[in-house]
Design a protein around this ligand. Structure first.
Ligand SMILES: Nc1ncnc2c1ncn2[C@@H]1O[C@H](COP(=O)(O)OP(=O)(O)OP(=O)(O)O)[C@@H](O)[C@H]1O
Ligand SMILES: [Mg+2]
Length: 257
């Protein structure tokens, strides 16, 4: 399965959710790939992967597509192991920003789908982290995916942005990927003690949006795990927030079978 974690709004938890779902999948023994399509490289960093000068990145894969990088490497050559068993990464690079216009003008939007199709046989699960834009890379990810989920950070601006986001995704689905499935909204940074998060989630449900049942709490442990470069299933296997990641993984898996 190829699952995209997408929200064009910044800072809602895309990198946190995609990396932890990938880590949970790997921990359960599934061979798992995380593709980092955000030039910021947060999820690449979070996996603990350290690039050297020879490490090929997802930007190199795209450069090859437009002939800037003259090689004929297979998609798997852009994939690298992380310090965690079963967890592999196709790392980001700031160069993603340099090649975007070229890819767009030459209409290479299906090339990621083609590359991941080749890798699908080798991996049990593939997760894609996307940038905070509805740009070439997030569109390419949604075209390549079987399903997508939308992190929501319990903020009023985010609630307002969701309808627009889903309209964009629906149009793309109709035009390019009719099989694409909206798996649901992932409630992140939830604080049950405060009134607003509960009200906002309630209003999303009233709009008929598929809000997933497994909420992820707001906790400093998330930031701690970023700075340790250890996703939660490995960093704090027994913590409550890790249990929430496990539940989210199971809920999404059940929707995808
Ligand atoms: N459950 C949580 N509890 C506490 N802090 C969180 C939680 N989830 C995310 N954060 C914090 O919120 C910030 C944004 O998270 P993250 O980088 O995962 O979002 P993003 O959507 O990938 O951002 P961007 O749009 O910049 O790529 C980070 O500082 C992260 O530590
Ligand atoms: Mg991110």
């Amino acid at each position: 399965m190829i699952t995209v974690v997408f929200n064009q709004k910044g800072g809602v938890g895309k990198s946190t959710v995609s990396t932890n779902l990938a880590a949970q999948s790997a921990k359960l023994g599934h061979k798992t790939l995380l593709v980092d399509l955000d030039a910021q490289g947060n999820s690449t960093y979070y996996t603990g992967f350290d690039a050297n000068e020879e490490s090929l990145t997802v930007a190199d894969m795209f450069k090859q597509v437009v002939g800037i990088f003259r090689t004929a490497k297979k998609p798997k050559e852009f994939v690298h192991p992380t310090p965690f068993e079963n967890l592999f990464v196709m790392p980001s690079s700031p160069a993603l920003a340099d090649v975007e216009r070229e890819l767009e003008s030459r209409y290479k939007i299906f090339k990621l789908r083609d590359a991941l199709k080749e890798l699908k046989g080798e991996f049990d699960n593939i997760y894609i982290d996307t940038p905070p834009n509805f740009n070439f890379y997030s569109k390419a990810a949604l075209i390549a995916a079987d399903g997508f989920c939308v992190p929501f950070d319990c903020d009023d601006f985010s609630a307002q942005a969701i309808e627009h986001l889903l309209n964009n995704a629906t149009e793309l689905k109709e035009d390019h990927n009719p099989e694409l499935c909206l798996l649901g909204v992932v409630v992140n940074q939830f604080n049950g003690q405060a009134k607003l998060p509960t009200e906002l989630v309630q209003s999303l449900k009233q709009q008929g949006l598929p809000v997933l049942e497994s909420y992820i709490s707001a906790t400093v442990k998330v930031k701690e795990s970023h700075s340790k470069r250890m996703p939660l299933p490995f960093y704090l296997p027994k913590h409550k927030v890790t249990g929430q990641i496990e539940a989210l993984f199971e809920e999404l898996s059940a929707l995808q079978t």
